[in-house]
Design a protein around this ligand. Sequence first.
Ligand SMILES: C[S@@+](CC[C@H](N)C(=O)[O-])C[C@H]1O[C@@H](n2cnc3c(N)ncnc32)[C@H](O)[C@@H]1O
Length: 221
Amino acid sequence: MTNSPDHAHHGEHAHEHGLDHPDVERDRFGNPADLAAYLARLEGPERTEWQKPDEVVRSLGLRPGQSVCEIGAGPGYFSLRLARAVGAEGTVFAVEVEPRILAVLRERLSQAGTRNVVPVLGFPDDPLVPPRSCDLVLAINAFHHIPDGTAFLRRLARTLKPGGRIVNIDFHKHELPVGPPSDHKMAREDFLQHARAAGLDLAEELSLLPHQYFLVLRPRG
Ligand SMILES: C[S@@+](CC[C@H](N)C(=O)[O-])C[C@H]1O[C@@H](n2cnc3c(N)ncnc32)[C@H](O)[C@@H]1O
C-alpha cells in the first residue's frame, strides 16, 4: 500500500509543502519517527513564506535585555531569531523535550557563536524554567504536543515576571497545505479553554499568519 504510486506521489507532495504524512509513525513526544526529514522540514526555506518568522518576532515587540522562554524550541528556527531580538544582555530559554533535537540546537548555537540561549532539556509536563524569570513565554507549533494543557499552562504562568505574557502560535485544526494532520492538532477554542482554566485570559490576537492562530495571553487579575 505505502508503495503505491498514489502514496509515493502524496509523500513527495507532502514533503515539498511541509505537510506531515497523515499516517506517519510518531515518537513519544509526538514527533514523526523520521527525525532527519522532520528537522529538514522545520528548517526548510519554503517554510518562510507562510511562517513569516521575522515578522512574527518583530510583532512580539521584544526589547534588548528581556528574557524569553521558547517551549518546544526544536532545532532553533525561532530561538536564534529571538536571541538576536533580546540581544547579548537578554536571555532565551530554549526548552526542548527530545534530547536528540536539543543536541542539534546546541550544535547550531555553538556554530553560530550564540551565547544568550540557554538550552533546557525539559520534562514533558514541566519546562524546568525558574519562577518569575520570563517577560515572554512563546510556543510555536508545539502546544499540540503537550499532554495536559491546563497543568502545563499553570506551570508556564509561574515562570512569568510581573507584566509578562504567554504567546501561542499553532495550526488551525482543519485541513491545511502544511503542518500535521488534523487529528494531531489542537483547535484554537480548545487551547483557550485550557488557558481560561489555568487562569489566563486572551489579551490580543494577531491575524498575521495564514495557517495558524496567534494568541497573546495574560494572567487574570
Ligand atoms: C513541530 S516542532 C516545532 C519546533 C519549533 N517551535 C519551530 O517552530 O520550528 C515541536 C517541538 O516541540 C517539542 N516538544 C514536544 N513536547 C514537548 C514538551 N512537553 N516540552 C517541550 N518541548 C516539547 C518536540 O520535541 C518538537 O521539537
